[in-house]
Design a protein around this ligand. Sequence first.
Ligand code: NAP
Length: 284
Amino acid sequence: MTAIVIDGKKISQELCESIAKKIKESRKIIPSIALINASADPASEIYVAKKVRLAESVGIKSSVYKFEGGTDANKIADLIRKLNSDAGVHAILLQSPLERGLNFRNLVDLIDPRKDVDGLTTINQGKLFTGEPDIVPCTPLGIMHLIRSVRQNMTGAHAVVLGRSSIVGKPTSQLLLNENCTVTLLHSRSQNTAEICRTADIVVSAVGRPRYVTRDFIKPRAIVIDVGINRIEIDGAKKIVGDLDFDAVAEVAAAISPVPNGVGPMTVAYLMYNTLQLAQANTA
Ligand code: NAP
């Protein structure tokens, strides 16, 4: 292997230490986050529990609202309205993906944009794309932090983002554009994907397909960030892998962020960061 492996776990721990320090020093604000779990993903319980543990460790108060399968959207809507008017709650997260039949866009847009901790309301997404964001989605913030850990000045770099979701691909493209990268956003209908990727100095893969990004996609000395989370079975054992054919890509890349211990812990750390930002911005 020639690539540097970017240690997202360590970087996220450093970020969390600085968040905990700020909360301790501020004394007057105890940031608070409400986590709404109406997710179809069986792993969501584990993700939410992780967020609760991390929140506690940095000094953020958290509360979890769990909805079972078949929940009426009105019940979730009522909860969001209640949390919006609760001055003791600074941040609200609607865990995705939602149960079948629940419309994420309709529900997330009920969150008061001042409490929208993952920057996913239409208002906050719009502000991001007009260049004046109040709050930026957590995963893209984590991705940018990992890239910056190995390359601070991105001006003029060609960055390719694979995947165009509102939660990862599109906002990451905007953040890379803000850093003066030339950005290419690819998706399932794109043509010549590997060929275009091979011209990139920075590749961010948020597709959700194991071993999709092979060595052929990567220009020598590129920076490669793997966002994908894929559950696969190897020899009867369940494993979490990203989108990269990791060992092969690591042979050519300059730096590579792995799965697990790459973007995942950064996302949760930035959830804490954004909660603190919202608490500070909205406490008189
Ligand atoms: P998503 O909404 O399903 O979006 C996937 C994107 O990949 C879509 O834009 C899709 O294109 C594109 N795509 C599919 N096949 C492709 C191909 N062959 N070539 C290029 N693009 C292709 O997923 P998401 O929410 O963005 O998440 C993406 C992955 O990141 C998932 O594995 C997810 O679990 C993971 N994730 C990780 C974190 C973390 O914290 N580590 C956070 C969020 C998501 P179309 O638009 O044309 O369909």
